[in-house]
Design a protein around this ligand. Structure first.
Ligand SMILES: Cc1cc2nc3c(=O)[nH]c(=O)nc-3n(C[C@H](O)[C@H](O)[C@H](O)COP(=O)(O)O)c2cc1C
Length: 193
């Protein structure tokens, strides 16, 4: 059976750097998977309320459009998330979605109902305008949290970090960034197919 790859584009700027990097990645690996791409800006959902319901029930109390997406984050074979760096972290759309995954954290660490999926893989693509050495330091741990609660083991996590891309078309003009994406796509194909 073909593996399911769920790709989540989180930038509010469609067709921008992280979205374009994600599209190139999907183009490179697409033949090997059933691909589903979701743009978070088209998913109406609310932030976590911190109510604690999920810590008892393993489910979010807010029955909005995020719930089916959260279950797909858990059930897919490959989870790819793309985000721009905003104020040193992931963008608000990505962070809001990841906060809502507290229900997955509760299932894994409190209720212990998560079934381990040994081969599941996670790929995080981040783009930043700046090039300073620690520009991705506050995004990678956030993505790692998402992968961890979604059942991706550390050895199966990949990070494609693309600095120096500020204007909307910078990725399209950057041969080195495109090469980094294609090389990561090959790595996924070697590991997951
Ligand atoms: C609100 C906002 C905050 C940003 N904060 C940072 C930042 O802290 N560090 C950085 O390097 N770039 C920052 N940027 C630049 C973006 O990371 C960069 O333009 C990125 O490539 C945008 O990706 P996108 O086209 O996929 O949205 C910021 C951009 C915006 C709009």
């Amino acid at each position: 059976m073909e593996k399911h790859l769920l790709a989540v584009s989180t930038s509010p700027r469609s067709g921008g750097n992280s979205d374009s990097a994600l599209d190139l990645f999907l183009e490179a690996v697409g033949d090997a998977f059933t691909v589903e791409k979701v743009s978070l800006k088209s998913v109406p959902f609310s932030p976590c309320r911190g109510c604690g319901f999920c810590e008892k029930e393993g489910q979010c109390i807010q029955k909005d459009a995020f719930l089916p997406l959260m279950e797909k984050l858990l059930s897919c074979d490959v989870l790819v998330m793309a985000s721009p760096v905003y104020a040193l972290s992931v963008c608000a759309q990505a962070k809001t979605a990841i906060d809502r995954c507290q229900a997955l954290w509760a299932r894994k660490y409190l209720l212990k109902t998560t079934v381990a999926v040994p081969e599941k893989r996670g790929v995080f693509i981040a783009t930043a305008g700046q090039t300073y050495p620690d520009v991705f330091d506050h995004t990678v741990p956030v993505a790692r949290f998402l992968f961890d609660v979604s059942g991706v083991r550390t050895k199966n996590m990949q990070y494609i970090l693309l600095p120096g891309l500020d204007k909307k078309t910078d990725f399209a003009k950057s041969a080195s960034s495109q090469a980094a994406v294609l090389s990561a796509a090959e790595e996924l194909l070697r590991a997951a197919v």
